[in-house]
Design a protein around this ligand. Structure first.
Ligand code: KG4
Length: 340
């Protein structure tokens, strides 16, 4: 069966469209929104307006790059949630109109499942080893920090998750406190490469089980910085790289500690990472170190599949299409929805 899936992603501040044919990626176009930078965070109203401007040209470009005509499409897959409602509505409404006009089925995709299933995207001419079920996936982004037990494409269980802030959110906020730009993740990552990860110690949470917490780290970072600034008003300037490296090392330690525990508890040694924070070099290195030390088989996504993209939505949509798991025209978007 030939299946050509158009994926649409618009859950936050990236408008993206991608085409996947039988599991192989043909195109993945992402229009990011620079408009939020000066506000130090995503402004929902501006995000939905930008999606409206971007969606048609982005889809057009994805089809052009894939060399696929509208009439070749088997289905339209779209992110139904979780995300910002105004942003989601643009993608969901577009997908409905497009699918209806072409007379093809629609497939709704959970954004979080999309991140996990990005590990199954195949690219022509590239060797890719895909995880076997069951495997663990650490999903870390601006809005989520979860350990997921992936039993099948359509069967995922959250073993642990943050009880307050997400890892990316904490990094972004600490970066903001240091007066660095937005989003802070990539800036902290770059600075951290030149700093000493042991220069400063910040508090780590003591949470039972496999759940995470990052709000304490944020507060500890803020209060420590305030104290140091009293003695040296240029403290941040003098210690930027060490602060970034120590912050990153603390976040990575917190993440890996629970992930190790989950791997031990469930007897699983295939471990993947996904989401925006999986672009972080310190976290990627920690995965490689764990692979060596604990014999894990690790799955680290290509940089292009770490942040929000429609390739992962098309991939997840492909699996549902194969199962003929379609969604009705009256399906609403969900701003909040869990994996299960
Ligand atoms: O998955 P994502 O693109 O968006 C959602 O949250 O849905 O993740 C964005 C998050 C932001 O917090 C951003 O700062 C973080 O991923 N991020 C990074 C890096 N690149 C992006 N965090 C650490 N290191 C990076 N290199």
């Amino acid at each position: 069966m030939n299946a050509v899936i158009l994926g649409i992603e618009s859950s936050c501040d990236d408008t993206s469209a991608a085409v996947i044919k039988d599991g192989y990626l043909l195109s993945n176009v992402v229009a990011s929104q620079a408009v939020h930078e000066k506000y130090g965070g995503v402004v929902p109203e501006l995000a939905s307006r930008a999606h409206q401007q971007n969606i048609v040209p982005v889809v057009h470009e994805a089809l052009r790059q894939a060399n696929v005509g509208k009439e070749d499409l088997s289905a339209v897959a779209f992110t139904r949630g979780p995300g910002l409602m105004g942003s989601l509505l643009v993608g969901v409404s577009f997908a409905k109109g497009f699918a209806r006009a072409l007379g093809i089925p629609m497939v709704d995709v959970n954004h979080l499942a999309g991140h996990v299933l990005a590990h199954f995207i195949k690219v022509e001419g590239e060797d890719s080893v895909q995880p076997r079920f069951p495997f663990l996936c650490l999903l870390v982004s601006g809005g989520n920090s979860q350990i997921i037990l992936v039993k099948a494409y359509n069967d995922m269980q959250i073993l642990g998750q943050t009880i307050d802030d997400a890892a990316g959110e904490a990094i972004d906020k600490c970066s903001k406190v240091m007066g660095l730009g937005y989003p802070g993740g990539p800036i902290i990552d770059k600075l951290a490469r030149q700093g000493n990860p042991k220069a400063f110690a910040f508090s780590k949470p003591h949470i039972a089980g496999l759940d995470y917490s990052f709000s304490g780290l944020k507060t500890s970072f803020l209060y420590s910085l305030r104290n140091w600034l009293k003695d040296d008003p240029d403290f941040i300037e003098h210690h930027k790289a060490d602060l970034a490296a120590s912050l990153e090392a603390t976040v990575v330690d917190i993440l890996m500690d629970k992930l190790r525990r989950a791997a031990r508890q469930y007897g699983i040694s295939q471990v993947a990472v996904a989401g925006g924070v999986s672009a972080n070099n310190g976290l990627r290195q920690a995965f490689r170190d764990h692979a060596q030390k604990y014999g894990w088989t690790i799955f680290i996504p290509k940089f292009g599949f770490t942040t929000d993209n429609a390739a992962m939505i098309a991939m997840a949509g492909y699996f549902k299409y194969r199962d003929r798991d379609f969604c009705p025209m009256d399906a609403p978007a969900y701003s909040r929805v869990s994996l299960k």
